[in-house]
Design a protein around this ligand. Structure first.
Ligand SMILES: [Zn+2]
Length: 195
């Protein structure tokens, strides 16, 4: 047990020093995301919190993504799917602590623009393990399942241009699209690239 701890600590130190490379995604080419699609079936799910909407639960800060859920908590344990082809840049079941896990995928759109899709409030299940960083995913691949989170099970989808290696907090003091152009309205972007 103690030996295991020593090995993990040594690997962590060597990774930090750059002697063992951290998990790489930068040089992975997964191809073009020809189309985008919603991460859940929007015939069953509803938009329960919109983009750029101020949240009373978060001191009036603005929502940097869109939340989708089936009313009544029925989305608990349901799969959340990649919106398009891309490479996984972040994948951690405790990414948001008590608010559960986060996966981030980087996509190259047909016009060469790079975007990041961030899926929050998800967790791994027996059938759906979290993807590995550096793995290529296809549109529709399950990345995790919706976790039991506050105030009710939902997935937070965020489209952003910055922070590929870490999730943001989901809320911003300034209007996400107008003042901080690192975010995009998810549904608008998905519909612009859906065929
Ligand atoms: Zn949200």
């Amino acid at each position: 047990m103690r030996m295991t701890a020593v090995v993990i600590l040594a690997a962590l130190i060597l990774t930090t020093l750059g002697i063992i490379p951290a998990v790489e995604w930068q040089n992975v080419d997964c191809g073009i995301a020809d189309t985008l699609a919603y991460p859940v079936d929007m015939e069953r799910y509803q938009l329960v919190q919109g983009f750029s909407v101020p949240s009373p639960r978060h001191q009036g800060r603005y929502h940097t993504g869109e939340d989708y859920a089936i009313p009544g908590g029925a989305s608990l344990g349901e799969p959340v799917r990649a919106i398009g082809r891309g490479v996984v840049t972040y994948s951690y079941t405790l990414g948001w602590g008590r608010d559960a896990g986060v996966v981030i995928v980087r996509h190259t759109l047909p016009d060469g623009v790079h975007i990041l899709s961030q899926y929050g409030h998800i967790t791994a299940s027996d059938d759906v393990p979290f993807p590995l960083i550096g793995a290529c995913v296809e549109q529709g691949d399950a990345l995790g399942v919706i976790a039991d989170v506050r105030p009710a099970p939902h997935v937070h989808l965020e489209i952003k241009l910055a922070l590929p290696d870490a999730p943001g907090p989901g809320y911003s003091w300034t209007l996400p699209e107008n003042d901080e152009p690192q975010w995009r309205m998810p549904s608008r972007l998905i519909e612009a690239y859906s065929n």
